[in-house]
Design a protein. Structure first.
Length: 250
């Protein structure tokens, strides 16, 4: 499946899942020339999967909730196990995992990029400017704009800081067993000492916190609802009422 079809079907899945009404999606046209202007302005390449993510549909909502495994944070074996489920299993297969091996789930909010029909790259531009300004405020004096140019925001993890694609990492090189190859990095907005936070490598280069192997994994979690069925099973096991999915959008 090509990246644009994948992204279009992801937003359509929000309708099928009952998170949004179909009227929340509109057609949008973003010609290559607009991306080229953005690339020259910020000195960063916009990968094809990010272009598809923005071109799929216009949308006015910025925040989505979804069932997410607890304690999903940066660069850990637990993180890798979660991503293998998201990338390699269907929601039904995840729900069918033996009870003792299931992850506990919590409905968790994260931000996606808004795409306004009149100015579709406005959110991307503002997110990029915001990330670079934040980087200029951290305690590490050697962090300059040049070191941040390869990071392109695609959302905000748990609404707590920029979730970015590291454009120096290629999708075809991603290895689920090698977290250093993963493309999606996080910059917690409460972390102002990036060396202490582990956002700087031994070579002095900025790495961010390693979060997702690629943008598709984040999309599968939040738009396709990778853990929807497992969440229903958990609610039944815990004798809890599942949340109304129509409340999972803002």
């Amino acid at each position: 499946m090509d990246s644009l079809t994948f992204m279009k079907e992801a937003f359509e899945a929000l309708v099928t899942r009952g998170v949004i009404d179909g009227s929340a999606l509109t057609e949008v046209n973003i010609p290559d020339e607009e991306f080229e202007v953005f690339e020259k302005e910020f000195g960063v390449c916009v990968p094809e999967e990010v272009r598809s993510y923005l071109r799929a549909y216009g949308r006015s909502f910025r925040m989505l909730a979804a069932p997410v495994p607890d304690d999903l944070y940066c660069a850990s074996p637990y993180n890798a196990d979660v991503m293998k489920q998201i990338c390699e299993m269907t929601p039904d297969e995840i729900a069918g995992i033996d009870e003792d091996d299931r992850f506990d789930l919590t409905v968790t909010w994260s931000d996606i990029l808004n795409v306004d029909k009149e100015d579709p790259l406005k959110d991307l531009r503002e997110a990029t400017e915001g990330l670079r300004f934040f980087a200029s405020q951290v305690k590490n004096p050697d962090i300059d704009e040049e070191k941040m140019k390869r990071f392109l925001p695609v959302g905000s993890w748990m609404s707590a800081g920029a979730l970015c694609i590291d454009t120096s990492k290629k999708k075809e090189d991603v290895d689920l067993d090698d977290l250093s190859t993963w493309q999606i990095r996080w910059f917690d907005h409460e972390e102002f000492d990036w060396e202490e936070a582990g956002y700087i490598g031994e070579d002095g280069e900025v790495t961010g916190g390693i979060m997702f192997p690629d943008l598709e994994a984040f999309i599968k979690l939040y738009l396709y609802g990778a853990y929807d069925e497992a969440y229903l099973v958990q609610c039944e096991d815990w004798e809890e009422d599942p949340e109304d999915k129509s409340d999972w959008v803002q």
